[in-house]
Design a protein around this ligand. Structure first.
Ligand code: NAP
Length: 296
């Protein structure tokens, strides 16, 4: 039987509608206008398109938003000074520096310079640590998006066996940290696999919920999946171009095979992807509420 599709495009739209209403209320009741700055260094086409999408969404939701474009040869010192300026700007609640940065700039130094209260990507060690001890202000956007997809699709998380393939700081580790927390809609038993895992299929076949963030097309085939599992495919792999020149994208899961075995599955594109920008907007609204002391 073919699996139910977990459509990130629809869930993202639902959350954006909720955020739009919340932004209107914040403006009316508290005079708060969430402010987001996206800093782009250079003109890498993929980065330009990500930043444009973030700006467009923030404007649609009624944010105060700034797109700050900097030349590719900006010095590290100048970029740090720019971040310091936005750290001090009371109209800005979220600072996003689009990665990757040019080689002459230390990415870690730049990310650590962002005020943790404005760190809407949640990459700063303060926010990483707060997540791990169960007291997060912000959750990183892609893992938070995955969590929302599971919750809003009615997937049973508590007590489930979750297997995560991939241990990156932006996806694998934080989604494991989120789903193992002692909070409602988490409380899962989590296993994390990586390239040194012995017999990965042994683990993936035990998964009630299988989350794959490896960056390898067809890393997961049907024989590695339990009947009725929920499969979340985070991977985005460009495997060529259409005759019209558009990139052909596939995930990390052999979708055609696995959809016949799983009970629910995310497509690529249209699964996890649309959730990431949406959760960035969620974090910016939360940052604005925290700054104003009106966060629940
Ligand atoms: P990453 O930093 O390259 O990490 C990949 C992880 O997968 C590593 O931990 C690696 O193990 C593990 N891995 C790779 N091949 C494997 C294999 N054959 N078996 C087991 N483990 C394997 O990647 P990432 O940043 O987490 O991203 C993963 C994928 O998600 C990429 O395709 C990326 O484009 C996509 N992504 C999508 C979104 C979105 O919004 N949809 C957001 C972020 C990322 P080791 O640690 O041992 O090397």
């Amino acid at each position: 039987m073919a699996a139910r599709l977990i459509k990130g495009t629809e869930v993202a739209k639902e959350i954006r509608e909720e955020l739009k209403k919340e932004v209107e209320e914040l403006k009316e009741k508290h005079g708060i206008e969430p402010g987001l700055v996206t800093i782009l260094v250079g003109e890498d086409p993929a980065s330009v398109s990500y930043v444009t999408a973030k700006q467009r969404t923030s404007k649609e939701l009624g944010f105060y938003s700034i797109q700050d474009n900097q030349p590719v040869d900006i010095s590290e010192e100048a970029l740090l000074a720019l971040i310091d300026k936005y750290n001090k700007d009371p109209k800005i609640h979220g600072i996003l520096v689009q990665l990757p940065l040019p080689k002459h700039i230390d990415e870690t130094k730049v990310l650590y310079a962002i005020d943790p209260k404005k760190d809407v990507d949640a990459f700063h060690p303060v926010n990483v640590g707060k997540l791990l001890i169960g007291e997060p202000d912000f959750l990183p956007c892609t893992p938070h998006g995955i969590w929302q997809l599971l919750i809003r699709s009615g997937v049973q998380i508590e007590g489930s066996e979750v297997v995560v393939v991939g241990r990156s700081n932006i996806v694998g580790k934080p989604i494991a940290a989120i789903l193992m927390q002692k909070v409602p809609n988490a409380n899962a038993t989590v296993t994390v696999c990586h390239t040194r895992t012995k017999d990965m299929a042994f683990h993936t076949r035990r998964a009630d919920i299988l989350i794959v963030a490896a960056g390898r097309p067809k890393a997961i085939t049907a024989d590695m999946v339990k009947d009725g599992a929920v499969v979340i495919d985070v991977g985005v792999n460009r495997i060529g171009k259409t005759p019209e020149g558009k990139a052909i994208l596939v995930g990390d899961v052999d979708f055609e095979e696995v959809k016949e075995k799983a009970s629910a599955i995310t497509p690529v594109p249209g699964g996890v992807g649309p959730m990431t920008i949406t959760m960035l907007m969620f974090n910016t609204v939360k940052a604005a509420k925290l700054a104003a002391g009106v966060a629940k």
